[in-house]
Ligand binder design. Structure first.
Ligand code: B4P
Length: 191
């Protein structure tokens, strides 16, 4: 099994690159952002409580996200590998993921972090906000709050994976295809 974590701040291109990577490598795409937006669209109670966190730029509580990932695994028992996009976002989520994968006799194979400057991220997210209908992309103060949350709660996840020697980072600015080629090179080296 090959399990990849795509890591990086909001707007760094995780979702964009994930679509191309799952097509090339046949991995199952697990985007906690997409799962949460689906819960919101379906107006489930999980979605309704997640919406208030997302709209204010906060992370959805760990227990909710981990439960959602656990049931995603139950629905994809025969998978050859996963691409984790936007998950884990806290050290507690990373520890829970390690445990879930150990129970499946597998582990994280590689973490690729996308590095993008904050000004470029703001530009991308405000631009996406004009067309996506995503309420968390239209207000610059919410976008800045998401960066602060990333620095405080998500960036420590990098250290969690650096300890295992499976962490690499790559410039996330430039053409989407060039960035994709760079990520593929890292994957091909690690497989
Ligand atoms: P996510 O859905 O994960 O979204 P994201 O971090 O905002 O974006 P991503 O990095 O995927 O950017 P994209 O490729 O789309 O999270 C949304 C919210 O859900 C979070 O704030 C949080 O509240 C909640 N949440 C999700 N997971 C959670 C978890 N595990 N725990 C707790 N809460 C959680 O790219 C952005 C834009 O840039 C696009 O418009 C794209 O076209 C453009 N772009 C991409 N690559 C480009 C390039 N190379 N050049 C120019 N533009 C580019």
């Amino acid at each position: 099994m090959f399990n990849l974590v795509l890591f990086g701040p909001p707007g760094s291109g995780k979702g964009t690159q994930s679509d191309k990577l799952v097509a090339k490598y046949g991995l199952i795409h697990l985007s906690t952002g997409n799962l949460l937006r689906k819960e919101i669209a379906d107006q489930t109670s999980l979605g309704m409580s997640a919406k208030s966190y997302i709209d204010s730029g906060k992370l959805v509580p760990d227990a909710v996200v981990i439960g959602m990932v656990d049931s995603f695994f139950d629905r994809h028992k025969g998978a050859n590998g996963f691409l984790f996009d936007g998950f884990p976002r806290t050290v507690a989520q990373a520890e829970a993921l390690d445990e879930l994968l150990t129970n499946k006799n597998t582990a994280i194979s590689l973490v690729v972090a996308l590095e993008v400057s904050e000004e470029e991220l703001v530009k991308r997210l405000l631009h996406r906000g004009q067309t996506s209908g995503r309420s968390d992309d239209t207000d610059e103060s919410v976008i800045r709050k998401r960066f602060a949350v990333y620095t405080n709660e998500t960036s420590p996840v990098a250290a969690h994976y650096q300890q295992s020697g499976k962490f690499s980072s790559i410039a996330g600015e430039g053409s989407i295809d060039d960035i994709f080629t760079g990520i593929c090179a890292q994957i091909d080296k690690a497989r």
